[in-house]
Design a binder for this molecule. Structure first.
Ligand SMILES: Nc1ncnc2c1ncn2[C@@H]1O[C@H](COP(=O)(O)OP(=O)(O)OP(=O)(O)O)[C@@H](O)[C@H]1O
Length: 307
C-alpha cells in the first residue's frame, strides 16, 4: 500500500508564509522568478546583492505589487483573494521610509494609527504609547522627527509597523545608513520582536543575518540560490576556505585560477582568502569558515542549495 504523503502543514510545522513558484515581471524584465519558499514564525532573513529582487518580493508579499505568476498564502489567507485581510496582519517598513520633519514622533504615529483604522482616540493613544515603549522611544516621542538620529527614525519606522500588533513584520534593508552601534541595537530590537511573530528581514549585509536570523534565503537575479538554516549554509564551505600570503608577482595568476574572496595588501604581496575544494596555492592553509564566505560561495555557484 502506498504511504500517504504528509500534508504541507505537517511537513512544515509552523508555516506562516508559503510562496509557490512566485514571479514578478516589470514589462519584459523578470525581477522575481519561480520562488518557492516557506517561512515560519520567528526571524527570517532574505539576503542578496543589490538588484536581486528582494524589495520586489517584499512588495508583492505586502500586497503593494501584484505578482505576475504563482501563488502566496500568508496565515490562512491567499494573496490576490484576501488582500485586505493580509494587510491587517502585516506591518511593513519600506526601504525608503520618510518621516515628516515637522511632526514629533508621537504626532506621526498618531497619524499612522488613524490611517490603520484606530478611530477611537483613547484606544489610539494607548496603542501609540505601547508601540513607542516597545521600540524604546517614549522619552523622545515629543521631539520633532527632524532632530532624530538614523537609528531613532528606524525605530519610529518599526513602531508604525507594529501598530495593531501584526503577526508579520516585513522590514526592507533597515540597517543601511546606520552607524555600527545603532545597527546592533536595531538588530536586537528586531530579534526581540520576533519572539512571538514572523519578522521577515531583507538585507545585503551578511552581519545583519548572522546576528539575528534562524532561517534564511539567498536571492540572486530574481531566483533563490539558497534556502535553509545558517548552520547548513556554513556547512557548504567548511573545509573549502583557504588563507595565505602570495607575492605581488604571483597574485594575478592565483586570482585568475582561484575563487578569491578577499585580498588585503601586505608587504610585497597580499594576504588572500580563497574558496577551493583543494589547496589552491603552495603555502595556503585551511581557515574556519565565516558566513560571508558561504554567502559568496552560493552566489558564485550555480544552482540551488537547500535543506
Ligand atoms: N518599477 C520597476 N520597473 C522596472 N524594473 C524595476 C522596477 N523596480 C525594480 N526593478 C528592477 O528589478 C530588479 C530587482 O530590484 P529590487 O529593488 O527588487 O532588488 P533588491 O534586491 O531589493 O535590490 P536593492 O537592495 O538594490 O533594492 C532590479 O534589476 C531593478 O532594477
Amino acid at each position: 500500500m502506498r504511504r500517504k504523503r504528509p500534508s504541507f502543514a505537517g511537513r512544515h510545522r509552523q508555516v506562516f508564509i508559503h510562496m509557490d513558484v512566485l514571479s514578478k515581471r516589470y514589462g519584459k524584465f523578470q525581477a522575481v522568478q519561480d520562488v518557492t519558499l516557506t517561512i515560519g514564525k520567528g526571524m527570517f532573513g532574505l539576503l542578496g546583492p543589490n538588484g536581486a529582487g528582494k524589495t520586489t518580493l517584499l512588495r508583492v508579499l505586502s500586497t503593494t505589487l501584484p505578482p505576475s505568476g504563482g501563488s502566496v498564502t500568508i496565515g490562512n489567507y491567499r494573496l490576490g483573494r484576501d488582500d485586505q485581510a493580509i494587510r491587517s496582519l502585516l506591518g511593513y517598513l519600506p526601504q525608503e521610509f520618510g518621516l515628516p520633519k515637522q511632526l514629533t514622533g508621537y504626532e506621526y504615529l498618531d497619524y499612522a494609527a488613524v490611517m490603520k483604522g484606530f478611530r477611537h482616540s483613547q484606544r489610539r493613544r494607548t496603542e501609540v504609547e505601547s508601540v513607542l515603549e516597545k521600540v524604546n522611544m517614549s522619552a523622545r516621542a515629543k521631539e520633532r522627527t527632524g532632530t532624530y538620529s538614523g537609528g531613532m527614525k528606524q525605530r519610529i519606522g518599526i513602531a508604525q509597523a507594529l501598530l495593531g500588533s501584526p503577526e508579520l513584520i516585513v522590514v526592507d534593508e533597515p540597517t543601511a545608513g546606520l552607524d555600527p552601534e545603532e545597527r546592533m541595537r536595531f538588530r536586537s530590537l528586531l530579534s526581540e520582536l520576533s519572539a512571538n511573530r514572523t519578522v521577515l528581514l531583507s538585507t545585503h549585509i551578511v552581519a545583519d543575518i548572522a546576528a539575528t536570523c534562524c532561517g534564511l534565503a539567498v536571492m540572486k537575479r530574481g531566483r533563490l540560490v539558497y534556502d535553509g538554516s545558517l548552520e547548513r549554509l556554513l556547512e557548504t564551505v567548511r573545509g573549502r576556505v583557504w588563507t595565505g600570503y602570495v607575492s605581488e608577482s604571483r597574485f594575478d595568476g592565483v586570482r585568475m585560477e582561484s575563487n578569491v574572496i578577499s585580498a588585503r595588501k601586505a608587504a610585497y604581496g597580499y594576504d588572500i582568502r580563497v574558496l577551493s575544494g583543494t589547496r589552491p596555492f603552495e603555502g595556503a592553509t585551511l581557515a574556519p569558515a565565516a558566513l560571508e564566505d558561504a554567502y559568496l560561495y552560493v552566489l558564485r555557484s550555480e544552482g540551488m542549495e537547500s535543506e
